[in-house]
Design a protein around this ligand. Sequence first.
Ligand SMILES: Cc1cc2nc3c(=O)[nH]c(=O)nc-3n(C[C@H](O)[C@H](O)[C@H](O)COP(=O)(O)OP(=O)(O)OC[C@H]3O[C@@H](n4cnc5c(N)ncnc54)[C@H](O)[C@@H]3O)c2cc1C
Length: 296
Amino acid sequence: MMLASTASSRICQVSFEFFPPSTPQLQERLWQAIEKLAPLNPRFVSVTYGAGGSTRSRTHATIERLLTETTLVPAAHLTCVGSDRTTIETIAHQYWDMGVRHLVALRGDIPQEQSTEEALQHYRYATDLLTHLSTLHPFELSVAAYPEGHPEATSLRADLAVLKEKQAMGATQAITQFFFEAETFLRFRDRAEASGITLPIVPGILPVMNVAQTASFAKKCGASLPARLVELFEGLDDDPETRQLIATHEAIELCQKLRREGVEAFHFYTLNRAELVYGICHALGLRKPLTSATAS
Ligand SMILES: Cc1cc2nc3c(=O)[nH]c(=O)nc-3n(C[C@H](O)[C@H](O)[C@H](O)COP(=O)(O)OP(=O)(O)OC[C@H]3O[C@@H](n4cnc5c(N)ncnc54)[C@H](O)[C@@H]3O)c2cc1C
């Protein structure tokens, strides 16, 4: 009997985002996460970059280690806020010479210790960075998109116009800020399509494990945290196992809803932890390859 192919039986593509660790313990945790997730064959793995260059050497070191010790394809985030053109050029050349071919090009948040004018004197928007990078090397360029609008945007329509400009400047895909309801992404995708945006828009998935931390992330970036999600985690502050079960279930359901609507690529904000993301990917149908020992 032939089984009809369902959304969940189609292979989807995933990418994983990590942040560069600041201590040896965090470094160990990051590499444990990478080891666990690598066999799922992500399309790429990205490493964040602190605005104003605060993590420059750590981001660079993490990318270098990914290149030398793994077969994963790294994408280096690069923010331009607070940087001058020579610095950006040096970084771009270094990455190209190392073998990095994919950058996530961002403006970055304005650092608290700088005035807006000071921070934006060399690059005002991510589009300025895209323009500059395109003169240096033929990188694959991913950019950010905001299903609920960027907090500084005057309107969602203006934000979509920005995304369209990023597309015109050579961006090859957009990765979204996290969101918690499938409809939020789907509405955004529809509006993007209606405004002539054709580049792939990949949903950024943040599994909620710690509601207080997620609420604080969400507040900073203008994403809404649904009350039902807050309620779901009520009374579980001292119960990480149950929180993990619920977080995994929620994220699986979100991804499955998106798959039913034709979404076939997901970008996971891993926070350098593998457990939840591994489980979610498993439910999405991803498997590590069978080794010869287990295959026989
Ligand atoms: C997938 C993803 C990864 C991220 N990774 C990092 C990271 O590694 N490090 C980090 O510090 N931050 C990161 N961020 C956060 C990001 O840097 C912030 O959201 C930042 O405030 C905006 O960056 P951007 O590239 O979207 O900026 P932009 O696209 O420049 O947008 C910033 C604001 O300016 C407006 N704007 C843009 N262009 C124009 C224009 N031409 N005219 C008028 N208005 C305009 C936009 O509407 C928006 O309100 C990430 C965000 C996402 C979604």
